[in-house]
Design a protein around this ligand. Sequence first.
Ligand code: GLA
Length: 393
Amino acid sequence: MLSPNTPIESLAQTAGDIFREHFGSDATLVAAAPGRVNLIGEHIDYCDGFVLPFAIERTVVIAAAPNGTAEARIATAFDDEPATFSVGSDQEIGDPKWSNYLRGVVQGFRQRGIDVPGFDAFIVSSLPGGAGLSSSAALECATATLLETLTGARIETREKALLAQKAEHDFAGVPCGIMDQFASSFGKDGQLVLIDCRSGDTELVPFADPSLTLLVSNTKVSHELSDGVYAARRKSTEDGLAAIGKPSWRDVTPADLEIAATSMDPVTFRRARHVVGEIARTIGAVEALRKNDFPLLGRLMYESHVSLRDDFEVSCPELDHLVATASEIGTAGGVIGARMTGGGFGGSTVTLCETAKADSIAAALVKSYEEAFGFAPEIFASRPAEGARIIVA
Ligand code: GLA
């Protein structure tokens, strides 16, 4: 019932094989970067909050070689249309759509005064797109890692993640926070990446207990034009903070929020209540993890979901159904907690559960979802994996 994770070595092999067929020579370089899930701390990375994602065992892999020209020639396993663009001049938004993530990263190198030579590349991925698992951040971070080796320039991990985030802002038009690119870049085997989004500091939190499994359930739906809605959510948090009159959400207490309630419209107030609550829940979840207090962690995950559903309004019936089903299975059935993960409006949920019961929980989630919506979600388990890296050089 669980969908398997293709090992990164075999993805690299596939990418190399198809590269040879496609370009008629061998790739000299293979780079990879993972997607992410977020355990808790949603829609607060752009509010100076704390977030707790990890890099998953689903990855974008790029096989590449310099081609001696001034052009990037890129083909992928997920789109028949290849991309060709000059890397010797400033980048512009172009087609196909996915090529903008690469163009944006090339531009980031150029802006740092690093010349990018022409290259051929073939991209494969085990990461479903549009599933709230940061396939775009993975593509950006894999590209940045590839270009580091191709150009011989060394860019510090944090700066590389910020370069990738800027590519998303400028070339995909999504004013995202730093969580996805940081998780994809800083991910470590068996560790969650606690990110302080005010300071930009990261701290690894061990998450490798074999008796626990994290199930990722992809609803396979993507409802809204999420770009516009995402920007609108971000804007209401800015309005909320302005009404409260503090420099950062980290300085805002629940009491500050109550005092400022009358100076905000009810929607802005609910958005603000999510931010303040979610920052506290994320801090609480880290403490709970450190004390192995799983009942508390589970409770915080459910509370986070309710807040995202009712106050931040970024959930949808499909996500709510998966979380409700997990909660009905409950601790008696081995479920610790569940919530939507990522930007919302479709995408995926995370369900933390006992490893011994993971298969039966996944089967129950699939059955109930199929009965409700007429098609199956894709469910896989993932442990925290390594972040962006070169696999073959
Ligand atoms: C998207 C964005 C992230 C973050 C999440 C919500 O994934 O790219 O920066 O804001 O949504 O937590």
